[in-house]
Design a protein around this ligand. Sequence first.
Ligand code: NAI
Length: 733
Amino acid sequence: MTGMIRYDRKVAIITGAGGGLGRAYALMFASRGAKVVVNDLGSSTRGEGQNSRAADQVVDEIRSAGGTAVANYDSVEDGDKIVQTALDNFGRVDILVNNAGILRDRSFARMSDADWDLVQRVHLRGAFMVTRAAFPIMKQQKYGRIIMTASTSGIFGNFGQANYSAAKLGLMGLSNTVAIEGQKYNIHCNTIAPVSGTRLTEGIIVPELFEKFKPELVAPLVLWLCHEDCEDNGGVYEAAGGWYGKFRWECTQGYACQGSCEDHVSPEAVRDNWEKVTDFTDAVHPESGHENLSLLVGALQEVKEKSDIQSIPTSATTSVSGPLSAVGVTLEPRSFSYGAVDLILYALGVGVSTEDENDLKFIYENSEDFSPLPTFGIVPSQASMMDGRLWSNIPGWSPDLTKLLHGEMYLENHKPLPISATLNTEVKVVDVLDKSSGAVLVIETHTKDESGELVLQSQWSLFVVGEGNFDGPRKSTKVVPLCIAPERKPDATESLKTDIDQAALYRLTGDRNPLHIDPAFAAMGGFNQPILHGLCSFAISARIILKHFCNNDASRLKAIKARFSEPVIPGQTLTVDMWKEGSRVFFNSVVKETGKVCLTGGYVDIVDEDSAPTHLQLASSVVFQEISQRLASAPGMAEKVRAVFLWNINKDKKLVTQWTLDLKNGPGLVYEGAPRNGEKPDVTLTLEDDDMVALVTGKINAQKAFISGKLKVSGNVMLTQKLQPLLKPQAKM
Ligand code: NAI
C-alpha cells in the first residue's frame, strides 16, 4: 500500500472536537480532504456550562487552512442532531469519532450520584446516541468507520475514577458489538485508549511527558483506523507520543477440575490448583466469544479423554479440525416434558384455527379425540438440538452461527405421540458434507419415551454458508433422499394463508431465533423483514396433506421429508400441490404471492391405508352414493339451497372419513373428503357411521339424535331443513 492517505468526498463527525484530541483529529481529517462536523458543547472539564466558541474556533482554523468544516454545539446526548448537521451540510456520514469526554474524579466511597451519572451520560450514552443515529446511514451506504474512545483507566482501573473507568470499559464493549453487527455492511468500529497532554490531563501527566504527548501524535492512529483501506474491526489500540500498539485479551491455559464430573469440582480443588489456573505459560488469545468457548470446551474435552469420564458429550474424531471434526459428535439424551398446553400452542403456531371444527381436536384439550399434530415431534427433537451443546462440543470447529441455514428436514413417527409425556432425545452428527459454498451437517435425533421405546426420529440438514472446501465428501448415503413429484397435474392443491403473527406465535414452541421476529436482526441476515420458520411452513404443508389424504387423522402420518428452498414471510399464503401414489403423497409448497417454491422434493408417507377403515367398509358410504343419485335426479336443488354441507363420519368416536355435499358451486356435487379449494362448510354434521345409516333409514329421529348428542350440528342448522328431498328415509337400505 503506497501513496498519501486521503479522505476526499468523506464526511467525518468528531465529537468534542473543540479542543484537545478532538481538535487534532478534526484538523488532520480536514487537511486530508474530509468534510468535518466539529461538534463541541463547550463545557468545562467537569461537564458544566456550554459555549459555542470552542467548536467555532476549530472550524475557523480548518477553513482558513482551506478545508471544509461546520460547527455543531449540541451535547452528544442529542446524537441525532449532530448527525443531522452532517446530513444537512454534506449529505452523508462516513466517519464518526466518539471523543467528547469529561472527568468528575472522586474516590469511590465519596462518589455522588451526579458524578456517576453525568460521566456515564457523556461518555457511554453520548457515544451510543451519536452512533445509533449514524449507523443506519452507514448501513445504507455500506460503508462506515467508527471510533470509540476508551482509556487505560477503563482497562486497568484508576484511583478516583470508578465512574470514568466503568464508562470507558463500557465503550469498549459497545465497540466490540457494533463491530460484529457492522461487519456485514462494511462498518468497522475500533476502540482507542489514548494518552495525551490536554486540559483533561493537566496536573495528572508529569510536565515533561505532557509536552511530548501531543494530541497531534494520537491523530495518525485514528486517521488510519478510519480509512477505507484499513480492514481492522473490533480492535483496541493504544497511542501516546507517536507510539502505537494493540491490546488483546489473554487467558491462561487454565485448569479443568476433572472435566464436568461434579464430584471433582469443589472450592478446595480450585484452591489446590490455583497456580495452574493462573499460570500464563502458553497463554491463549481468544479473539471472539466463540473462540473463547471453543478453547474452554477443548480443555474440558482433553481432561475427559484422559480421565475417561463419560459425562460430557464426545466426538469420534477429536484429532480432526474443521467441519469434519463434527462427525460422530453425540449429545447425551436430554429430556423434554410436554402437555396439552404445549400441543395447543404448537397447533396454533402452525395455523390451526377454531374456524375449522375438525381441527378443534388439536387445540381443545376436552375434545373427545384430542391429539398432537403429527409434526409435533419436531419440538422435543429441536429442544435437544438447539440447547447450545452441539456447537460447543465440536472440538475443532466453531462456525459462525449467523451463517446457519436449515436445508432439509425429515421426521418419522414410530408410534403415536401421547397427549402428555416426558421424552428423551439423543442427538448425533452422522455426516458432514462439503458443498464448496458451505458445509452441510447431517444430524439425527432419536426420541424415546420413558420406557425406552423409540417414539420418533428426525434428520436435520444444516447448511453453514462459507464453510466448504474442506476436502469432505459431497454426498452421503446417510441422508434421507428427497422425492421428485410425478409430472402430471397435481391430484390436489390447497392454499392456506399464514397469519401476520405466525412466526411470533410459532417461536414460542422453541425456536427463538430473532430472525423470525426482530426486523433489525433479519436485516443483518439480508432479509427485508423477519421470516417464517421453515418448520412452520413444513408443518402447515403436513396439515394440508393430513386433511386431504388421512381424514385429518394424526396417527396416519408416518413420515415427512422436504427441502427448504425459499423463505416465507408471515402473512403470505402457502399453496401445496399434492400427488398421491400408493401410500406416499408427494408435495411441493409454493408462496402464492411470489410464485416461488418454498418447500421442494417433499413427501409424506401415510400409515398402511388398508388398516384404516375406508369408505368401502363404512355403511354410510352407501348413503352418500344414494344422496349423489338423488341429487342427479333433482336439478335445481343447488339453486334453492346455495350451501356447502360437511359430514364428519366417526367410528368409535374417531373420525374415519368426511363427505361433502356442495350445493353452492355449480349444479351440486357429493364427494368424499373435506370441501375443496378451502371452501368453508355452511353446516357441519358429526355422527357415528352407524347412526348416519340409522338416521336416513328412519330408525332414529334426527331431533332425538341431536338432543341425545348422537348428532352434532354446527353452522347454520336451519339449512339442514332444505336437505329433506335428499335425506328422506332411504327405505332400500
Ligand atoms: P478535552 O477536555 O480537551 O476534550 C474534550 C472535549 O469534549 C471538550 O472540548 C468538551 O467541551 C467536549 N465535551 C464535553 N462534554 C460534551 C458533550 N456532552 N457533548 C459534546 N462535547 C462535549 O479532553 P481530551 O483529553 O481531548 O479528551 C478527549 C477524549 O479522550 C475523552 O473522551 C477522554 O476521556 C479521552 N481520553 C483522553 C486521555 C488523555 O490523556 N487526554 C486519556 C484517555 C482517554
